[in-house]
Design a protein around this ligand. Structure first.
Ligand SMILES: [Zn+2]
Length: 113
């Protein structure tokens, strides 16, 4: 199973048009489905138990780095398990989040070649 976590400037929430914290592309029997974590629209979602800590994480951290990757991975895992079944293997999730981390770093410009 493959999960793709996206951090893309072009991405907007389909409901409010704001930039989401996080988007994930998840495999389904029919192909792929995208789930978006929007700080506005998801704040009062039915999955608030998993969404609230994740939104709080994004409010506190600008990007995933080694020091906070485990914490973020745990929060994203809980969120993805809420919005999708079955669960996501840890290795796939960590790999996806590392990709997100590199993306955030390059958008910041601090490690541009
Ligand atoms: Zn929204």
């Amino acid at each position: 199973m493959h999960v793709n976590v996206e951090n893309d400037d072009e991405l907007v929430c389909p409901t409010c048009g704001q930039e989401p914290c996080l988007a994930a592309s998840l495999p389904t029997p029919a192909g792929h489905t995208s789930v978006i974590l929007c700080p506005r629209c998801n704040a009062n979602s039915p999955a608030a138990d998993t969404v609230t800590p994740l939104l709080a994480w994004f409010a506190l951290h600008e990007a995933a780095i080694d020091q906070n990757l485990d914490e973020l991975a745990a929060l994203v895992r809980r969120w993805l398990e809420e919005v999708s079944r079955p669960s996501v293997p840890d290795a796939a999730l960590r790999a996806a989040l590392r990709q997100w981390e590199r993306r955030a770093v390059s958008l910041d410009g601090s490690q541009r070649a």
